[in-house]
Write a protein that binds this ligand. Structure first.
Ligand code: NCD
Ligand code: ZN
Ligand code: ZN
Length: 405
């Protein structure tokens, strides 16, 4: 058994001085204390580890961009103790045997716990494993598909599923491919794709809208659905991130979209924070045909902790959106410092602001749109009671488990 002492974020109570006992990786008790020094006494705060339900760790198939080791180490150093990986690897994660292959790779290499999303393809709901595969959710993309098929598949899955359907909601008929000379050309190619997609989506409690990016999308969210926002759609726009490096899907917009999304996020109307960590190499990003996507799993929590310090965000909203809400959305008993939950937490000191330095990050993509931004990195991160990173260095290898097994 181990004991952690410090000022911790306790769900529904706020910051409380506590002593947390951990047995076999799970919290066995949380007691109020007067902070007598014991074994692990945190300076600053103890917060629950984050669950980032939208990452692309590129493994198998694109390990020159990232793999389960580099991706998960990047997560760990950013306070993210669990991730859900998207299915657009090579091959796509689209059936039980490909799922098992990816799960095996993740079990061998990932230092954080994980879930795996399965791609929606024709006949998915007829597969004999449809209701039993230990996946986090289904994922539907609008790429290379007609709008008829896209909306039909969404409806088929929503009618039959008992787990979330996560959609990349850009309407296939409104995603244009006019050549790009500057970043705003990409935004203009997709100007109304999100709102057109969302207004055509049926309402369902199983629907989860990934990476919401526009005010008009926000105003057209299907009833009952949940949604997530990424730091880049809150903080970046065509003015402060204008090079083609910042090409991402859905695209960056303008400051008023940032502000409207941020207000909705503050109010909990957008309940979940996710990174859409989508690493590509700098050579790929600077090529004539730059792919969309930016890394973000390591900078998500540090950037938003800085937002807390600058009083633009309440700590309670940050903890809820990074830990409690995603866990609840995925039906997982985690995300809170509470008896019976996994001992996933980070120690952070809110005086630790520093400028983001790409050379200190762990993603293989080796760049960040947030280079030079002030951020607060956790100084210790624990996964099921085990120290996995300290001062932005990984101190443990592998050990991650499927959250849905
Ligand atoms: C993602 C990727 O690179 O896999 N890119 C992106 O711009 N977000 C795909 C996606 O999430 O749509
Ligand atoms: Zn997407
Ligand atoms: Zn994505």
């Amino acid at each position: 058994m181990s004991v952690f002492e410090g000022r911790a974020w306790i769900s529904k109570q706020g910051l409380v001085d506590v002593s947390i006992e951990v047995d076999n990786g799970y919290i066995s008790s949380v007691k109020k204390t007067n902070l007598e020094p014991k074994k692990e006494k945190a300076r600053g705060l103890i917060l629950p580890g984050a669950l980032d339900m939208h990452v692309h760790f590129r493994d198998p198939g694109y390990s020159h961009k990232e793999d389960w080791q580099t991706g998960s180490e990047s997560a760990a150093c950013g306070g993210v103790t669990a991730v859900v990986d998207m299915p657009n690897t090579n091959p796509f994660t689209s059936n039980l045997s490909l799922f098992k292959e990816k799960e095996q790779i993740a079990k061998e290499k990932s230092v954080v716990d994980f879930g795996i999303g399965v791609n929606v393809e024709e006949h998915l709901t007829e597969q004999d494993w449809f209701s039993t595969i230990p996946s986090a959710f289904w994922k539907l993309y609008p790429y290379g598909i007609s709008s008829e098929d896209y909306f039909r598949l969404a409806k088929e899955v929503l009618d039959k599923t008992n787990k979330p359907l996560v959609i990349h909601c850009e309407h296939p008929d409104y995603m244009h491919n006019n050549p790009l000379e500057k970043l705003s050309d990409h935004t203009n190619n997709r100007l109304v794709a999100e709102e057109k997609c969302l207004s055509a989506m049926p309402s369902s409690e199983y629907l989860h809208v990934a990476h919401l990016s526009t005010s008009n999308g926000l105003n057209n969210l299907p009833a009952l659905s949940s949604t997530e926002v990424c730091p880049h759609h809150l903080l970046l726009n065509l003015d402060n991130c204008s090079s083609l490096d910042c090409k991402v899907d859905p695209p960056l917009r303008n400051v008023s979209d940032n502000n409207n999304l941020y207000d909705a996020y503050r109010q909990g109307k957008i309940p979940i924070l996710a990174s859409d960590h989508a690493p590509h190499t700098i050579e790929e990003k600077r090529s004539d045909t730059p792919p969309s996507g930016m890394p973000g799993v390591e900078t998500m929590v540090p950037l938003m902790l800085q937002e807390v310090v600058e009083k633009r965000l309440d700590l309670s909203r940050l903890v809820n959106s990074m830990s409690e809400a995603p866990a609840e959305r995925l039906g997982l008993n985690r995300g809170r410092i509470e008896k019976g939950q996994p001992a996933d937490f980070m120690f952070v000191d809110l005086v630790d602001s520093e400028k983001i330095d790409v050379d200190s990050l762990h993603s293989r993509s080796n760049w960040s749109p947030f280079e030079g931004w002030e951020a607060i990195f956790p100084y210790k991160v624990f996964r099921r009671g085990e120290l996995i990173s300290e001062n932005s260095e990984v101190v443990s290898k592998g050990g991650g488990l499927n959250l849905f097994d």
